[in-house]
Ligand binder design. Structure first.
Ligand SMILES: C[S@@+](CC[C@H](N)C(=O)[O-])C[C@H]1O[C@@H](n2cnc3c(N)ncnc32)[C@H](O)[C@@H]1O
Length: 227
């Protein structure tokens, strides 16, 4: 079954000569093999991409890659896979990887769900969904990434004790995502009170979209653990 599209444009302005050259020379070194996105090629173990990694993390929709690159710098022993359909974001992430000489990042320039569908059960230690497209108009809400079905897919992918972080600054998305995630019996919400979801977690790195403050509420951070 084809996934409903959850993202907007995939191309922006032409890349600078420097970035275009970097993409030509180095992007292939960091991209996940496209075969992983083929339907039915399941059982992919991401650990094989960096066998000495102490954990595997996945960021869905990394945008300008500020969070992806900062987490990779702060956690050099962790393999961090980032997926982003917007090509300019992928080029920016590549720039960050090369500038910081990072060896623990791999990239997907596509819908994360196409690849994740072929990941093994219990193969990811941590998933980040930071400020996903809000699709706030009523008729667009079916495009939201987080719904009941995706909550189920997250629990399939996470290891036991694996963690999910979801952030949004749109009140209605916060409500519907929370509903989908809290009613999943395999996920436990770690918050004890509003301070926990209204205070940026200590290990959070601010994203570009977060700074724009386009939403209708303060940023909410929901941390869950798979039980
Ligand atoms: C509102 S932006 C936020 C970007 C970034 N996380 C930030 O906070 O700055 C949401 C991003 O998610 C990406 N996205 C949406 N659906 C996606 C999917 N199914 N797989 C991967 N990325 C997706 C979009 O292309 C977009 O760049």
């Amino acid at each position: 079954m084809q996934n409903i599209k959850t993202f907007g444009r995939t191309r922006g302005r032409p890349l600078s000569f420097r970035k275009a050259s970097l993409v030509d020379a180095r992007l292939a070194d960091f991209l996940l093999p496209v075969e992983i996105s083929n339907e039915g090629s399941n059982n992919f173990d991401p650990k094989g991409l960096m066998p000495n990694a102490k954990a595997v993390w996945f960021e869905i929709g990394f945008g300008g890659s500020e969070h992806l690159i900062a987490q990779a710098k702060a956690n050099p022993d962790t393999l961090i896979i980032g997926a982003e359909p917007f090509f300019d974001g992928v080029a920016k992430a590549l720039d960050g990887i090369i500038e910081n000489k990072l060896e623990n990042v791999r990239l997907i320039n596509d819908d994360a769900r196409k690849y994740l569908a072929n990941f093994q059960d219990n193969s990811i230690d941590r998933i980040f969904i930071m400020f996903p497209d809000p699709w706030q108009k009523l008729r667009h809400r079916k495009r939201r990434l987080v719904n009941d079905a995706f909550a189920h897919e997250i629990t399939r992918l996470l290891k036991n004790d694996g963690k999910l972080r979801f952030a949004t600054d749109w009140a209605n998305y916060a409500e519907t995502a929370l509903l989908a995630l809290t009613k999943n019996p395999s996920l436990k919400w770690l918050a004890e009170g509003p301070e926990d979801w209204l205070t940026p977690p200590q290990d959070h790195f601010t994203t570009r979209y977060q700074l724009k403050g386009l939403g209708d509420c303060a940023p909410h951070f929901f941390d869950f653990i798979k039980i």
